[in-house]
Design a protein around this ligand. Structure first.
Ligand code: PEP
Ligand code: MG
Length: 760
């Protein structure tokens, strides 16, 4: 290895220093040299790391921990990683090296607060796409903590994921080094990332995402950021999506960072002015022109000062790329292992954790790929922490698909054989757009980001006559849902809220703990209502088939049904179990009393107007003013569509097509059965006829017609529905923007067509 100093200051770094300072360090030096506003920094070089290994005498022992390691054996990989990291952390930094680090640190200023970042590098391939595999330590102050953070960065070179990547990319661990970038921590008021050109098409559109506090909140996907699009050709801001920025990451006292709540009024206020967007766009352009290719840039702003923290090439732009997910993959060419339906867009890589039953849920770790026959509500806690979800069974409307989309977690469903083909501990990459699962880990553009968590791009300025609402199941998704700019919630599925408690409603009744149940329900719904002030939120009463309750406490009381889809669910169950229906109504009553007049109720699985009338009667008996309350139904059973006029006469205030069920009950296609998934067609003429006829009746009587089934997230279906007079649509979080766009275009076309006809 070339002789080089232990420390290089940012102003000393040149392009040729990549092997010493890594891609990150070299890029900082280069940005400094072209005059971009980068914070003060120095790099503890790769040579310093090697010297540390030699002078402490741990080198041979360290590499022995990884000799003959089968990286596919996850237990062995974990053990090797643990031993290697322990060894690195067991020795101190040699005195002479310590002295140089301390000196460089002092030269930055007294007790400067810094970010300490790893910058991996290899001798023969200087910047071997190791981004995101090593640690960053933020808010480090003082020489002692700096030395400690440096050692931790070094140790991170031996994380399990990093060892695995290297083995798969054919690198000898001995040739891979690590440099440590010590950079002034900018106590940013706002920060984020920017793609200097469109990351998929390469068009000169700079996409800027940002949020309050440190940029890590955006990079890690903790928040839904604001999004701004700056057209470099026109020199102006052409789109902005202002998100509800609920949380931020801020320095935590003397060390580390913490999550904090963004003060109320700041949450929904725009992060950047147009001038700031333009200025960031200009810095991005300078970086892009210098490097000759579009860049993925991290930026920060404090007061009037702008900083560029990092810049690296976007490697996803390909000629003719068609979908973000398709082009977001980079790196190795792992074999296609299984295929299914892409149920929730995004890319996730990680270690396979197979969940056969609830007992296995404990083995699922942060960042794993959860693989199951089908997910259950009791798996939701595990689903929250995984990088992607893969199931054998199910279609676009199954539990796994619905929950994944809400969590913003990539998912592939209906693979038929994932639990048989994939092996526990195996590293795979899931493409939730294409429905593919590949062998090995592949990097995603803007490494470290959980792609799908980025707030969907809303065409915010579009105003449509047809309301475009959003579906919500988990209260934690409420902020992301609101950030889409949706006109309300067209379906809040409360069973997800209840099933997460892992106890059946019957259990609460039996234990005489009704109050707990009511409070949980009340609090969960309130979160969603608060996210949509002044906008309608249609809360659906409980609709869980008996098999979904089975694994929960109290589940042993559930009847065994031959076909739960046709069984004791929806309104029919509530009508037969007043003690459980009453608990829900109690929660609604409290919310109405607290002033949430935007709360509407929706009954699922109604087949005859008598059910609607009986439910209303029961509610009246429990003190609800049913004449003023907004109460409607879902059209999920063909009989309901056929009898819609009678429902209108019975007093429904709205009717929403639950096409997930309407399709299965009209066509006799089990919506969760992957064997007939190809025949599951919401645009089958019989389904369309039922929908068309029901819309016309609703229009005639001035009753709002809507859709909250998955078909409402399909732009082509949305177009058809608008043409046929639907009044509102409710889509998944990830689909709101594209649905609004299609609705707007359709409405414009219809207006033009009508105008042409009158002038013809
Ligand atoms: C539907 O049936 O279309 C619907 C939205 O309800 P769920 O998917 O919860 O059955
Ligand atoms: Mg349904």
């Amino acid at each position: 290895m070339k002789k080089a100093p232990d420390i290089l200051r940012i102003e000393e770094i040149q392009k040729e220093d990549i092997p010493s300072v890594g891609g990150k360090g070299a890029s900082l030096g280069e940005m400094f040299s072209i005059g971009l506003p980068v914070p003060k920094a120095f790099v503890v070089t790769a040579q310093a790391f090697r010297r540390f290994l030699v002078e402490t005498g741990i080198e041979d022992r360290l590499f022995a921990t990884m000799a003959d390691l089968n990286v596919e054996d996850s237990a062995a990989l974990d053990e090797a990683s643990r031993k290697a990291k322990e060894l690195v952390l067991s020795v101190g930094v040699p005195t002479s090296l310590q002295k140089r680090i301390r000196e460089a640190y002092r030269a930055m200023g007294s007790e400067m607060i810094v970010a300490v970042r790893s910058s991996a590098t290899a001798e023969d391939l200087p910047d071997a796409s190791f981004a995101g595999q090593q640690e960053t330590y933020l808010n480090i102050r003082g020489e002692k903590d700096l030395l400690e953070a440096t050692r931790h960065c070094w140790a991170s070179l031996y994380g399990g994921r990093a060892i695995y990547y290297r083995a798969k990319q054919g690198f000898d661990d001995r040739t891979v080094n690590i440099a440590v970038v010590v950079q002034q921590l900018i106590p940013s008021e706002k920060a984020g990332v920017m793609f200097t050109s469109h990351p998929v098409t390469g068009e000169p559109l700079t996409i800027i995402e940002g949020s309050w506090g440190l940029g890590e909140a955006v990079v890690s996907g903790t928040v839904s950021p604001d999004k701004y699009v700056f057209d470099q050709r026109a020199g102006k801001v052409v789109d902005r999506l202002i998100a509800q920025k609920v949380q931020m990451i801020i320095p935590d006292g003397r060390k580390g960072t913490r999550l904090a709540e963004v003060p109320g009024p700041q949450q929904a206020s725009p992060l950047l002015s147009d001038e700031e967007v333009v200025k960031l766009g200009m810095f991005g352009k300078i970086a892009e022109q210098h490097y000759g290719i579009p860049q993925d840039v991290e930026w920060a702003i404090v007061g009037p000062e702008f900083f560029i923290l990092q810049s690296r090439p976007i490697t996803t732009i390909k000629a003719g790329a068609t979908s973000p997910a398709a082009s977001a993959l980079q790196g190795g060419e792992g074999a296609l292992l299984v295929e299914g339906q892409g149920a929730s867009p995004g890319i996730g890589s990680g270690r396979v954790a197979i969940v056969h039953n609830i007992k296995d849920v404990g083995t699922v770790k942060e960042g794993d790929i959860l693989v199951a026959k089908m997910t259950n509500p009791d798996m939701v806690p595990a689903m929250r922490k995984v990088a992607a979800i893969v199931t054998d069974e199910g279609g676009m409307t199954c539990h796994a698909a619905i929950v994944s989309r809400e969590l913003g977690t990539p998912a592939v469903v209906g693979t038929k054989k994932a639990t048989a083909v994939l092996r526990p501990g195996q590293i795979v990459t899931v493409d939730g757009e294409k429905g593919h699962v590949y062998e090995g880990a592949r990097e995603v553009a803007g490494a470290g980001k959980k792609e799908a968590m980025v707030a969907p791009v809303a065409a915010a300025p579009l105003i449509t006559a047809t309301a475009v609402k959003v579906n919500v199941s988990l209260p934690e998704a409420a902020a992301r849902a609101a950030a889409t700019g949706a006109d309300g919630v067209g379906l809040l599925r409360i069973e997800h809220l209840i099933l997460g408690l892992n106890k059946t409603p019957g259990w609460y009744v039996k234990q005489n703990r009704q109050e707990e149940f009511i409070r949980e329900l009340h609090d969960g719904i309130k979160i969603v209502l608060d996210a949509f002030p002044g906008k309608p939120v249609w809360v659906r009463t409980l609709d869980a088939p008996t098999d979904e309750f089975r694994n929960m406490q109290g589940g042993e009381e559930e009847p065994h049904e031959h076909n739960p889809m046709l069984g004791w669910r929806g309104i029919r169950r509530d009508l037969a179990s007043p003690d459980q229906f009453r608990l829900q109504v109690e929660a609604f009553k409290r919310l109405w009393k607290e002033g949430y007049s935007n709360l509407g109720l929706m009954f699922p699985m109604v087949s005859h107007p008598d059910e609607f009338l009986k439910a209303k009667q029961m509610m009246k008996g429990w003190g609800v003013d049913v004449d003023t309350a907004t109460i409607g139904i879902m059209i999920e059973i063909p009989s309901c569509a056929i009898l819609i006029e009678d429902f209108v006469k019975a007093g429904i205030r709205f009717a929403s097509f639950g096409t997930n069920d309407l399709v299965q009950y009209t066509l006799a296609i089990d919506r969760n059965n992957e064997n007939v998934a190809s025949m599951y067609n919401p645009r089958q003429p019989a389904v369309l006829k039922l929908i068309h006829d029901a819309i016309q009746v609703c229009r005639e009587y001035g009753v709002e017609s809507s859709i909250c089934g998955q078909a409402g997230s399909d732009p082509a279906m949305a177009e058809w529905l608008v043409e046929h007079g639907i009044e509102s649509l409710s889509a998944n979080i990830d689909a709101v923007a594209k649905i609004r766009d299609r609705v707007a275009r359709t409405e414009q076309r219809m207006i033009l067509d009508a105008a042409r006809r009158t002038h013809a």
